[in-house]
Design a protein around this ligand. Structure first.
Ligand code: SF4
Ligand code: SF4
Length: 466
């Protein structure tokens, strides 16, 4: 198979400071906390329903919630202990979800039913992936068994492994590359075989030369790669190189059209930690119950990478990292560009989280926005060729039609426009509001159309009865 020796050019992006302070910090395993709070929706799609009751004993890796919906992923216990609450909690994205609280018995006893999956067909493989609870671990949270279920008629020739990790501060994928490289390759070769995909490209930003060298050396010696179907591509270290559409263009020169998916241009994209997890799961059968998380920021005593039981409260994780150095004025789940502001450190770590950042007062200050000076700097850096300044204007006046005309829904909320704005306009915030307006308007239009259709059907039925 042909591989590009250099990445193809992509539009936009910014030179955000990398601040990869924990790149040399091998991940340490956090002991089980006294209690975990496991939300029953940690993915895009239908929330799960609990299949355990109050006071039930549970094991590590035991399934505790599932859903009959196709777009969903089961949830497993990350500790052994007892179910002590099933309650409603609010996640950082404002979503209200059910959560199972498990009080740990400290023994971390594994579910005796856990064993490596066996499968003889693509369907069997996808079923095993579903049972693992795997979702996109780069932050998207899309159920992996759905992503890998390539519909008939779609011709996919490239598996893209996203190891760009372009967000400042976060180093979990970098550590995954260094610490779990064998499982990453195992996962890649299984996916290529099961989905009959011709090649895989592992995209790594050039600011991780140790990981690039390690993976290249391993692939050169791997007998499974004698026909050279897997290669590493060193990407430009420029944010947002890891955004799905940007990565596809950088690695294949293909452009995903508006409203289309990577499948439509022959690509499946998987995060490197997802494929590494898959490699381990296929050997052990242990479902997704831990997450590697970068803990960093000026308010944290000991920044480091930690492997955390899912459901661990942020405050317990911070305590494990030596506690707060000073009172945090701003905390995020995820990086500074795309992460979500954390309203409480009682929030649990979920599958998609890859960083907890806590900043002191000085580092949390944001300049007051001033009036737009029409410089156009926000347009110059938008990888999606949008006009952020106009999206902000039309959001302010609630002009849903113009927002749609300007393709607001294709905004991936990368934050490049806000980052580059000399007037520090909160452009992404406005764009999120604009998208919410469209969703609200569309839902209202749908409800109105359904109501009218219902009335028309009733009128027709009355007429027929006459
Ligand atoms: S408009 Fe959206 S996609 Fe474009 S730079 Fe701003 S946040 Fe990124
Ligand atoms: S970068 Fe800021 S000031 Fe310049 S046009 Fe865009 S919104 Fe206006």
């Amino acid at each position: 198979m042909e591989f590009p020796s250099n990445p193809f050019r992509t539009f936009g992006g910014v030179r955000a400071p990398h601040r990869k302070n924990t790149a040399k910090s091998p991940a340490v395993m956090m002991p089980p906390p006294e209690q975990v709070i496991i939300p029953l929706c940690q993915h895009i799609g239908a929330p799960c329903n609990p299949i355990v009751k109050l006071k039930d004993p549970v094991f590590v890796g035991q399934k505790i919630a599932d859903s009959p919906a196709f777009v969903s992923a089961p949830i497993h216990s990350s500790v052994s202990g007892t179910v002590t609450a099933i309650s409603e909690i609010t996640l950082v994205n404002g979503q209200s979800v059910k959560a199972v609280t498990i009080t740990s018995d400290g023994t971390m006893t594994t579910d005796p039913n856990i064993q490596p999956p066996s499968f003889e067909s693509r369907e069997g493989f996808l079923k095993a992936v579903r049972e693992s609870g795997l979702v996109g671990l780069g932050g998207a949270g899309f159920p992996t068994h759905v992503k890998l279920n390539i519909p008939p008629g779609k011709n996919v020739d490239t598996l893209l492994i996203n190891a760009a990790e372009c967000e400042p501060y976060i180093t979990t994928d970098h550590r995954e590359l260094l610490e779990n490289s064998e499982a990453i390759l195992d996962g890649i070769f299984v996916v290529l075989e099961q989905l009959s995909i011709a090649r895989a490209i592992i995209g790594i930003e050039s600011n991780k030369p140790d990981a690039i060298k390690l993976l290249r050396d391993m692939l050169a010696k791997d007998p499974r790669n004698s026909d050279r179907k897997v290669a590493v591509l060193a990407l430009r270290a420029r944010y947002p190189q890891g955004a799905e559409k940007v990565l596809i263009q950088a690695a294949t020169q293909r452009i995903v059209p508006e409203g289309k998916l990577p499948l439509d241009v022959g690509c499946v994209v998987m995060n490197v930690t997802s494929v590494g997890f898959l490699g381990n799961f296929l050997k052990t059968g242990m479902p997704l119950i831990t997450k590697r998380v970068t803990v960093d920021g000026s308010a944290v005593n000991t920044p480091q990478n930690v492997i955390v039981p899912i459901g661990t409260k942020v405050c317990d994780l911070i305590s494990f990292c030596g506690g707060y150095k000073t009172e945090p004025k701003k905390m995020t789940l995820g990086g500074p560009m795309m992460g979500s502001a954390l309203f409480s450190d009682e929030h649990p770590i979920i599958k998609q989280n890859n960083a907890v950042l806590a900043f002191n007062e000085k580092d949390s200050r944001i300049s007051k926005p001033t009036a737009c000076i029409h410089c156009g700097f926000c347009l110059e850096v938008c990888p999606m060729h949008l006009m952020p300044v106009m999206l902000e204007k039309y959001t302010e006046v609630n002009n849903v039609d113009e927002l749609k005309n300007l393709s607001i829904m294709t905004c991936m909320e990368c934050g490049c426009c806000s980052f580059n704005c000399p007037a520090t306009r909160p452009l992404v915030h406005s764009i999120r509001l604009g998208k919410a307006m469209i969703r609200k308007a569309d839902a209202a239009a749908k409800a109105k159309a359904e109501e009218e259709a219902k009335k028309a059907a009733e009128a027709q039925a009355e007429k027929s009865a006459d």
